[in-house]
Ligand binder design. Structure first.
Ligand code: NG6
Ligand code: CA
Length: 510
């Protein structure tokens, strides 16, 4: 009798399960008590966009309506961080969930650097791929390619496709570095076999003009660096020869990547996908399409932010038109803080007027002060995320563990923290502590407090006009009361200082 009852119960539950499965996609409870789901996931990642560069983060001289709409309809984080104040380490942390300072090679890479991520390493796209996701990157890579000496005329690998991306359409390093070509799943796009491409970061190729020797050929003047090969009238970092038909058009880059991102959605919408849309704006050289020139009144830097905002609006329209908007989680952020003069005379300083890209923070790109790493950070998921503002401490490095929880994967990475509820706006509790990094220097954020250890070198980097945070003594700030880091409390609060040094050393090692 008992057995009969149990069998009937089992049968009924199996039947019920069967019925409910037909109605809804499979869902199950995950560790934080939310239901695991497989929405499409899109990371929209800007390059050098500052905490104060969006109207929704307080900019008044510049309007970014499309990004504002994401923030107003999703979670706008006030304390969202890139792991680092430069590009390569931040992207490394975003994709691997590892602190970049654990890997000594995680610093700004030349275009010829080997792949920084080991093909054995866990990555965000690998984790999602294991859960059945289709995965792709469109845009800036800057994590190295190949194993040492790259032949750009053959398939370039390993690269994104070997660390978890099914598909990749990238620029290798930065817009100001050679090779100035797109790479489609390892192949240089538009390359003519009769005009092979060669790249070198040490020596020029005989007879090739450079920005330093041939200023008459340069349209955008270089201020520091950027005086090697000239492509489209712009001096670049590094030397390049050949590959004429493969060279990208700078002013069309935004449209080009947008179209690739839109096509990816259109052709992959029937199964869950992960798209890492890594835009190149507002990194130098700032080359807005002519239809955006003069649109911001702030010069090319403002214009390319307006252009990026337009691209995002168009991309959102595609999600809607393709019927996947309500099934797509969007994470918007930037790889590091802002810089005005990053090596070209492009009026960014002269035309900035009352615009403060730092949004009241101290420092900027390259800086261990807040403006280096604290960046706009937005999550948006129509119908799932309720609009709110959150002061939870969240870091891009946490996406791996958090999204693993969302899609029902087990993740054991140590540095990436599982803070899914904070990311979905269901909780205001993020991480307790975070080590931030800037060109090799690290600092600790713990609760409202921030400690910067003593560092050698000059505080003010003249060429870029940024305070990078080097001082011979400890700095201690209460960010709740002093977001601009003007009041060093290290001397007046020795207890807090000692407590913070302890935590810093336990996390970072002495
Ligand atoms: C610096 C470049 C700067 C920028 C940066 C990388 C010079 C003088 N400066 O070395 O222009 O390219 O590297 O930026 O060459 S990042 O956002 O990719 O980290
Ligand atoms: Ca950057």
């Amino acid at each position: 009798m008992k057995n009969f009852k149990r069998t009937t119960l089992l049968l009924v539950s199996v039947l019920l399960l069967g019925i409910s499965c037909k109605d809804k996609p499979a869902e199950k409870e995950n560790e934080v008590g939310t239901t695991s789901k497989n929405p499409n996931i899109v990371i929209i990642y800007l390059d050098d966009l500052g905490y104060g560069d969006l109207s929704v983060y307080g900019a008044t001289e510049l309007q970014t309506p499309n990004i504002d709409a994401l923030a107003n309809g999703g979670v706008k984080f006030t304390d969202g961080y890139a792991s680092s104040a430069t590009c390569t380490p931040s992207r490394y942390a975003l994709l691997t969930g590892m602190y970049p300072w654990r890997n000594k090679k995680a610093k700004i890479l030349p275009g010829t650097a080997p792949l920084l991520i080991s093909t054995e390493q866990q990555t965000l796209p690998k984790m999602l791929k294991n859960q059945g996701y289709q995965t792709a990157i469109v845009g800036k890579w800057h994590l190295g390619l190949g194993t040492g000496i790259v032949d750009w005329n053959q398939r370039v690998s390993p690269g994104p496709n070997e660390v978890g991306f099914d598909e990749s359409y990238i620029l290798a390093a930065t817009q100001d570095r050679v090779p100035t070509v797109y790479i489609d799943n390892g192949h240089v796009v538009g390359l003519d076999a009769n005009d092979p491409i060669f790249v070198d970061y040490k020596n020029n190729f005989e007879g090739e003009p450079t920005a330093i020797d041939n200023p008459e050929m340069v349209k955008m003047k270089w201020h520091h660096g950027h005086n090697n090969s000239i492509v489209n009238g712009i001096g670049r970092i590094g030397y390049m020869k050949g590959g004429e038909s493969a060279k990208w058009s700078d002013i069309d880059m935004a449209d080009h990547f947008l179209e690739k991102a839109q096509n990816y959605v259109k052709t992959h919408k029937d199964k869950p996908f992960f798209l890492y849309y890594a835009m190149q704006q507002p990194h130098v050289p700032r080359t807005p399409h002519p239809r955006f020139v003069g649109k911001s009144g702030l010069g090319p830097r403002g214009d390319v932010i307006v252009e990026a905002d337009w691209c995002i609006g168009e991309f959102m329209k595609t999600l809607e038109e393709e019927g996947v908007l309500e099934n797509t989680l969007i994470v918007f952020s930037s790889d590091n803080g802002p810089v005005l003069n990053d090596g070209y005379y492009d009026d960014a300083v002269e035309k900035s007027g009352n615009h403060d890209p730092k949004g009241g923070l101290r420092g900027g790109k390259y800086s261990i002060f807040e403006a280096g790493t604290r960046v706009p950070f937005i999550t948006y998921w129509k119908g799932e995320i309720q609009p709110s503002t959150s002061d939870a401490i969240v870091c891009q490095m946490d996406l791996l563990a958090s999204l693993a929880n969302l899609v029902g994967a087990k993740e054991t990475t140590t540095d990436s923290k599982e803070i899914l509820n904070a990311l979905l706006g269901k909780s205001k509790i993020g991480r307790e502590s975070l080590i931030i990094e800037a060109t090799g220097k690290t600092a600790l954020r713990q609760g409202n407090w921030l400690i910067i250890p003593p560092y050698k070198g000059k505080n003010f980097r003249e060429k870029v006009g940024i305070e990078v945070g080097n001082f011979p003594e400890f700095q201690l700030y209460n960010l709740k009361e002093d977001i601009g880091q003007q009041d060093n409390l290290a001397k007046s609060n020795p207890e807090k200082l000692a407590e913070m040094i302890d935590i810093y050393e336990s996390l970072r090692g002495k």
